[in-house]
Design a protein. Structure first.
Length: 397
């Protein structure tokens, strides 16, 4: 019975995103989607914040891309936050002609603390939105122009298309590129059309300055992006997806490089679900459909962990035959339908589908590894040591 109850609970969690997608399709069919915003492509004043901790390896490429934005002069400002740096990050930013704030606070390190510190020292009210751009990032030349199409941004939030700058380095990066395309090109676009909030992913997220003036920056967990998404959703703030605004960051190319990152993501989402989930459910600022969708997003594992969980629990059901084993196995397998459809659609649209498809032979190994990292992530749920993801130079750099 314990196995039956466990599998039933897991199946409900894994089926929730599929149920939310079906609800989104119904909302679109009945005209409950989000109306188009009236803003123009060049009317938003953007403050582009670049939080950086010892990023001398990649920050030149980031700032070069930001300087190359095709956007009206004076409508976008770039500020680097050199947070507790012990390398040449600040010097490189200054030599690139970019404003740089140097922060030294060994007792309160980290990206969210650095952002809050910088916001208190900058003329935020002079802008329509603050955009977070990680230092290992390269933006598309039309990034700011496309982001501004989500105008007016002052009282809302938006999330850019977050892709990979190194999609062909390894099977892991090729699979991650497919996931990014499936998420931003299809899943998030469906949410936006249905009038539901798109999750924030930290990099390429824009928060309106009126929102910041009212609520401040109060996301300080190990996954500040998921925390900000949950808090803004609970407060009834609209978060739109902007797939035309493209931003690309370096993905870990091996399991050893990506382990701490995946652990942080899993622990961060679970901690936000536990802390903010009850408030979101009780909120009078958002609809029932939005509440269910946000909880599904916070509780759902990534595709690799999803597959690993179904494999482990499916094997247990097949071997032990607890009560309800057949329907539970069908429910677990059925939950794979959504990620499979999204992945297949993104795979067909990829530049080199055959080579990318070959990378998915690595998926079983990755799924088992993700189950192990999820188990290790539990130690971080109540707050634990965070280890920075390893950086490396791009090929040809």
């Amino acid at each position: 019975m314990a196995l039956t109850i466990l599998c039933a609970l897991v199946a409900l969690v894994l089926l929730a995103p599929l149920a939310s997608d079906l609800l989104s399709l119904a909302r679109i069919a009945f005209g409950a989607g989000r109306p188009a915003r009236p803003g123009g492509p060049e009317d938003q004043r953007l403050l582009l914040l670049v939080p950086a901790h010892n990023e001398e390896l990649l920050i030149d490429a980031c700032l070069s891309a930001l300087r190359g934005l095709r956007y009206p002069r004076g409508r976008a400002s770039v500020v680097v936050i050199a947070d507790n740096c012990t390398d040449r990050t600040a010097a490189l930013a200054t030599s690139a002609g970019v404003a740089c704030l140097e922060r030294v606070d060994r007792e309160h390190p980290g990206k969210p603390r650095a952002i809050a510190w910088a916001l208190a020292r900058l003329p935020v009210a002079d802008y329509d939105a603050v955009v977070i751009v990680d230092a290992d990032t390269m933006v598309d030349p039309d990034f700011a122009r496309e982001l501004s199409r989500a105008a007016p941004l002052r009282s809302a939030a938006a999330q850019a298309y977050f892709g990979l700058s190194n999609p062909d380095e390894s099977p892991l990066t090729r699979m991650s590129a497919v996931l990014a395309a499936a998420t931003h090109r299809y899943a998030y676009r469906l949410k936006s059309r249905a009038g539901l909030n798109v999750p924030l992913v930290g990099n390429g997220m824009a928060v309106g300055t009126a929102v910041l003036a009212e609520y401040g920056w109060d996301a300080f967990s190990i996954c500040e992006d998921w925390e900000m998404y949950a808090l803004l959703t609970e407060r009834g703030v609209s978060i739109a997806g902007v797939p035309g605004a493209r931003i690309y960051a370096q993905e870990a190319r091996s399991l050893s490089e990506s382990g701490t990152q995946r652990e942080r993501w899993t622990a961060g989402r679970l901690s936000v679900l536990v802390r903010v989930g009850p408030r979101l459910l009780a909120s009078g600022q958002t609809s029932l459909a939005q509440k269910l969708d946000a909880l599904a997003e916070l509780a759902a594992p990534g595709p690799g962990l999803h597959l690993g969980a179904v494999t482990v629990l499916g094997a247990a059901l097949s071997l032990l035959h607890p009560p309800g084993a057949g329907p539970l196995l069908a429910a677990l397998l059925g939950s794979l339908l959504r990620p499979a459809i999204y992945a297949a659609t993104a795979l067909v649209a990829s530049p080199r589908p055959a080579r990318t498809l070959a990378s998915f032979f690595f998926l079983p190994v990755y799924a088992v590894w993700r189950v192990a990292t999820a188990a290790r992530a539990l130690r971080l749920v109540r707050g634990g040591p965070w280890v920075r993801t390893q950086r490396h130079q791009h090929h040809g750099a």
